[in-house]
Design a protein around this ligand. Structure first.
Ligand code: ADP
Ligand code: MG
Length: 300
């Protein structure tokens, strides 16, 4: 998974286009316009993520060629497509890993295009990361204890500042409680003292998601979270995702496996060669000839 790097996307934060006096609660979703200028001002509640005309090239390669879609609040939305369709590039543009050539990304009505991953994460839009090498040498418990600070882009300097110690200690106790809850939720509490580096592929994925959740997100983006996961743990991970969706979290799941997305996602977006090919329910997608052709034409 070469797309896991956190480099790039180094542009200055973009100011929000939402005027202070716009009350998003008053916006009627029925009448809200979908044009870019309008959407920045009047994004309805219920569409936390809006991607507008997203375009990203690498040298001569157009990885994403003007893609627009929306993700509904509390939904489990799937983004599928054959290899090279541009899914990961889209994912990386949304999460701030890549800076798009053009286009707009709005999260809860605020433009986040070109912001850094930790800035975007602070706003509640969080992606999972592979467990980095230095975290492999820490226990599962330590990994989760560190996750909230990680996303704030802060070091543990507070812990060594006199006077702040008590505050930090209290916070740590609160975090520890959350961590144990998280460990139990993912049924990895028996692994708390295990080094992350010793986990199986599937257990790592559970830890990666637990780490992402420790940052208190509203929306989670997962790029091929089931790669290298055995069927039993895949089932467990899917159950957890459904449970979290029921609790109100929003998911965008990027996946190559069409069947998996068909069976689990209420809304599906299909990309092919940098374009948005189709969008709809599993039923819509199943009956879409272009989608079937795109997958048949795949040389894997
Ligand atoms: P997917 O995730 O759907 O398989 P990607 O977004 O990874 O597709 O890739 C889309 C296209 O962009 C492919 O042709 C790929 O080779 C190219 N691409 C992706 N990332 C890079 C990069 N960092 N540098 C150059 N080309 C890239
Ligand atoms: Mg990919």
């Amino acid at each position: 998974m070469s797309e896991q790097g956190e480099t790039g996307g180094g542009a200055a934060p973009v100011e929000s286009n939402v005027p202070d006096d716009v009350d998003l609660d008053d916006v009627d979703p029925e009448t809200a316009d979908s044009s870019i200028e309008e959407s920045a001002k009047t994004v309805p509640r219920g569409l936390p993520l809006r991607v507008q005309n997203l375009r990203k090239t690498f040298g001569g390669i157009t990885a994403v060629d003007g893609v627009s879609f929306e993700v509904e609040e509390g939904s489990l939305t799937g983004l599928i497509g054959p290899n090279g369709a541009g899914k990961s590039t889209t994912f990386n543009c949304i999460t701030g890993v890549h800076e798009p050539d053009s286009g707009t990304i709005l999260f809860k009505g605020e433009e986040i295009t070109g912001q850094r991953p930790h800035e975007i994460a602070q706003k509640g839009l969080v992606r999972t990361f592979q467990i980095a090498r230095e975290l492999e040498e820490m226990t599962v418990l330590e990994n989760l204890m560190l996750a909230p600070q990680d996303q704030e882009g802060e070091k543990l300097t507070n812990a060594i500042t006199p006077g702040l110690r008590d505050q930090v200690k209290r916070d740590e106790e609160a975090i520890r409680e959350d961590v144990w809850e998280m460990l139990e939720f993912f049924e990895i509490d028996h692994l708390a003292e295990e080094y992350a580096g010793n986990l199986s592929g599937g257990q790592r994925k559970l830890l990666e998601m637990a780490r992402a959740l420790m940052t208190d997100p509203e929306m989670l983006l997962l790029d091929e979270p089931f790669a290298g996961v055995n069927p039993t743990l895949e089932e467990k991970l899917l159950e957890r995702i459904h449970e979290l969706t029921d609790r109100g979290y929003t998911f965008l799941l990027v996946e190559h496996d069409m069947d998996l997305i068909m069976q689990n996602c209420e809304h599906i977006i299909v990309m092919h060669q940098g374009d948005l090919l189709a969008e709809g329910t599993a039923e819509d997608i199943r009956n879409n000839e272009q989608v079937v052709e795109a997958y048949l034409g795949e040389d894997v």
